[in-house]
Structures are given as structure tokens and as C-alpha cells.
Design a protein around this ligand. Structure first.
Ligand code: CUA
Length: 278
């Protein structure tokens, strides 16, 4: 205690740690407010898989949100509690038990959330589409989506890249010598019947693009040289935007299309109408 007096002369100013702690509390409160007040809400989900994704997202948000708030408030507390009052600083060599504890907790949280999240993510990718799913091909190219339905025969016609010519009315390069391709329906919007499983076969003709529908919580890259299947069942009639989320060139920001979820009757009418146009 006898040494307190001279040390007091070198004690730090209280205003900077108080300000820093206050700033931290304001940042934390502001961040929490953005999420709690739902300032940027996602549009309502339109499939069961989308509900699962939302559940997983919320769980991850709660766990990481709690960790974030505790860590930042703990930091603010430490800044105040251990600020320079002219006292002698103590050095801690570390605590193996504590290190092991918080490393394991972090590892468990990350791995646990990762494994849980994988289920929601892999459900639409690594499981087969339901039997009787409607197959529709989605082809991306700078900067448009082209959708192909197999037509009444239920078979997609053969594709030959050397025949690709949008000006000639054959943007997908369907081989005219293949009878399976003659009734194929090629359109620029994706129309699907409500409550029916859809298997989308994603292709790209040039660079990596993406198929993203917010309401389906479904986002998948389309990669040249690969046929990537994803499946979904939309349970709400409506029109939703399909956007490309891969920076694919100068027209990337304009690359979008629409997903029309319609009744079975309207879907049948759509197929009939497009078949006549062909
Ligand atoms: Cu295609 Cu961005």
C-alpha cells in the first residue's frame, strides 16, 4: 500500500476505457436490434426444405449470437475492470484446463452446427428426388436462363454444343436428328405445379452461374461441364424471382428469371400452350 501514492501519478485516464466500453455496448445493442427487430426479414419460405433451412439458420444465429454478446460484453467489462488505475499488472501464465474447456466448447459448437446444417443443405442435393418428380433442365449462359421440359414423350432430346445458336432459335443446341428432342419445350421462365416434386437439372454453357430463389432458400451453382441436380417442392402459388449469385460477367446484375408456381390445371394449360407454339 505504501507504493500506491507514487504510482497514482502515472495512472491512465479513465475516459478512454469508459468510452471504448460504451462504444462496445452500443455496437452490441445495435447489432442485436437489427436481428431482433427483423429489419431485413427473408421472404416467407415456400417449401418444407426452406422451413428446415430457416430453422437451422435461426439455431446457428441464436448460438453464435449468444457467444457474440457474451464475448463483447465480457470484453467491455474487462476494459473497465482492468483499466489502468496505476496498479501493478499481474501476469497470468495461462490455464491449461480453461484453454481445453473453451477450445472444446468452440469445436463442439462449430462441428455440431456444421453437421446439423449439412442435413438441411444436403437434403436437396445428396438424396434422390421423390419418385415421379418432374424433370426440368435449367441452362445458364451469359446472361440468361433457359428452361427445357421433355415434352409429351418424357424424354429430353440429345444436345450438341456445336448446334447452339440463339439467333437460329436453338439456344440449347438440340439435335434435330433426335426424335426425342422434337417435342422438347424451351422457355425463358420456369413454371412448375404447386405441391409437386421438381428435379431441376442445372447446366452452364459458359462460366459458373447460379440458380437462387430466396423463397425456396435454394442456391446452387451451375458449372460448365457438369449436370447438377437439385430438387424442391414449392407449396405456395405465386411468382418468385430467380437470380444469379455468381459474378459471371458484365451483365451479371441483370441475369434473372421468374419461377411461376401454378395450380396443376394452369400447369397443364402451360404445357399444352407451349407444345402448340413449338
Ligand atoms: Cu450469371 Cu451472374
Amino acid at each position: 500500500m505504501s507504493t500506491v501514492a507514487p504510482r497514482l501519478q502515472s495512472r491512465g485516464v479513465a475516459s478512454s476505457p469508459v468510452l471504448l466500453a460504451l462504444l462496445l455496448v452500443i455496437f452490441v445493442a445495435g447489432t442485436v436490434y437489427v436481428f431482433v427487430a427483423r429489419l431485413y426479414p427473408a421472404p416467407p419460405p415456400i417449401s418444407h426444405d426452406a422451413v428446415l433451412v430457416d430453422r437451422q439458420y435461426n439455431l446457428t444465429l441464436y448460438v453464435t449470437g449468444a457467444a457474440f454478446v457474451l464475448a463483447q460484453l465480457g470484453l467491455a467489462y474487462a476494459i473497465l475492470r482492468f483499466r489502468d488505475r496505476g496498479q501493478k499488472a499481474h501476469f497470468l501464465e495461462g490455464n491449461v484446463a480453461l484453454e481445453v474447456l473453451w477450445t472444446s466448447v468452440t469445436l463442439l459448437a462449430f462441428l455440431g452446427l456444421g453437421i446439423l446444417g449439412r442435413n438441411a443443405w444436403a437434403g436437396v442435393r445428396f438424396t434422390l428426388a421423390a419418385a415421379g418428380a418432374i424433370q426440368i433442365e435449367a441452362t445458364t449462359t451469359q446472361f440468361v436462363y433457359t428452361f427445357r421440359y421433355p415434352g409429351p414423350d418424357g424424354k429430353f432430346g440429345r444436345i450438341d454444343p456445336s448446334l447452339v445458336s440463339a439467333p437460329a432459335g436453338n439456344p440449347l443446341g438440340i439435335d434435330p436428328s433426335d426424335p426425342a428432342g422434337r417435342d422438347d419445350i424451351v422457355v425463358s421462365e420456369l413454371t412448375v405445379p404447386v405441391n409437386r416434386p421438381i428435379e431441376l437439372l442445372l447446366r452452364s454453357q459458359d462460366v459458373v452461374h447460379n440458380f437462387f430463389v430466396r423463397e425456396l432458400r435454394l442456391q446452387q451453382d451451375a458449372v460448365p461441364g457438369m449436370l447438377i441436380p437439385v430438387h424442391f417442392t414449392a407449396d405456395r402459388v405465386g411468382t418468385y424471382e430467380i437470380v444469379c449469385t455468381q459474378l459471371c460477367g458484365l451483365g451479371h446484375n441483370k441475369m434473372h428469371a421468374h419461377l411461376n408456381v401454378v395450380s396443376q390445371l394452369d400447369y397443364d394449360a402451360f404445357l399444352k400452350r407451349e407444345a402448340i407454339v413449338q
